[in-house]
Design a protein around this ligand. Sequence first.
Ligand SMILES: [Zn+2]
Ligand SMILES: [Zn+2]
Length: 133
Amino acid sequence: MTAHFGSCLCGTVSFEVTGDFDGLYLCHCQFCQKDTGSAHAANLFSQSAKLAWLSGEDAVTSFTLPGTRHNKSFCKLCGSALPSTQIPGLLNVPAGSLDSEISMVPTAHIFSSSKAVWDEGLGDLPKFEGLPD
Ligand SMILES: [Zn+2]
Ligand SMILES: [Zn+2]
């Protein structure tokens, strides 16, 4: 059994995921653009892995967009994305919430039909290891 560990930005919430992920999807839908503030979400999914909160479970809240299955769990204190079990039988773990490394590479881009207009050729941009000089 593989164990993965993660936490929120302020450190109040920490969790462990035991088991394997089935896929890592980069979702470009408009809901994910809004709730990440970025070009896409990066979510790991598993039908078999188990989630255990190690600390701060009281600080975990979630939002489901009415009329949709779009859901985000997050820390009440710092807003960081956290694992969600809102869809029965499917664990959703935001890839950036993990502190341990995963060997899985992204499976696919999804909802690419609604991707941001500036989300094009991003791999070709100049790269700085920190802030630009
Ligand atoms: Zn937090
Ligand atoms: Zn999405």
